[in-house]
Design a binder for this molecule. Sequence first.
Ligand SMILES: Cc1ncc(COP(=O)(O)O)c(C=O)c1O
Length: 359
Amino acid sequence: MELPDFPWDRLEPYKKTAAAHPGGLVDLSVGTPVDPTPEVARKALAEASDAPGYPQTWGTPALRESVAGWLRRRLGVQADPDAVLPAIGTKELVAWLPLLLGVGPGDTVVFPELAYPTYDVGARIAGATGLASDGLLQLGPARPKLLWINSPANPTGKVLPPDHLRKVVSWARERGVTLVSDECYIELYWEGEQPVSVLHPDICGGSHEGLLAVHSLSKRSNLAGYRAGFVTGDPVLVRRLLELRKHAGMIMPAPVQAAMAATYDDDAHAAEQIERYRARRATLKTALEGHGFRVDHSEASLYLWSTRDEPCWETVSHLASLGVLVAPGEFYGPAGGRHVRVAITATDERIAEAVARLG
Ligand SMILES: Cc1ncc(COP(=O)(O)O)c(C=O)c1O
């Protein structure tokens, strides 16, 4: 299997330049959360720390109920708790999903043109062919085994409207294609319409057949360090994933299961976090625009997809000279060659520093 180059190594020289700025580095390249893990999660984790026995791959009934409750409350999705399967963070799930669903050599996995790189890695792990494409028409009569969508999107912050989602669902169903929707930013939106889950009855018609949705607590709840996410949807597909993950030992630790349940039961901390990001995004967006950037899409998620209409590495270099590190759009596909991805996941102090330097 041929893995792609690890692109972040190419950013190292720019990181050195940016770190030499007298005011220190403002790192807006990787979207890693920086605010404290909520007390509700830490308390549940600590209280579950006595865990001598093996945990269940399927997750505790309490965890699956909490997740189903959150899906109902926040997304209007009716999921059977038995069709909820925890993942040790969703990156591993994204990377192994094609293989675990029986995708293999000769099969095609389609993902967005500008995308989180792990969809491609997952196709490679399965020995399948990865194809970056946004247009269903572009695919012609092709019948991929698996189709990824990601709304709100990394890196563009774009939200797919309900009409588009409905079209993708019927396209996939007509062809027997498994549709997997990565919805890890679904509660993080700033402008326009609220993002909708592919499992919402208005989108899928009430049946989850052929559909999976992937969710994560990393961004919503500052839990990236715990590794907590899940997949749900078609009970037959979830059952298959469960069976294989059981055999392979892909088991979320028991204390993390407890923390995840408590975290999905609580919306207050997530609302606070959303407001923090909203404020940071607004000041940073204004500063970027004042500095001559155009910010495209970015109505949701944790990124400002920004351009000065020049090759992305020139923008990376310019911002590094101001001590600000961003990700070149090229990391997410050739279509990103003239954009940079600016993450809003930095402390208020660092965002204020970036704003001052752009001003
Ligand atoms: C689109 C997308 N999917 C999945 C993930 C993986 O998140 P985690 O493994 O923390 O759940 C990320 C992380 O940045 C992402 O941007």
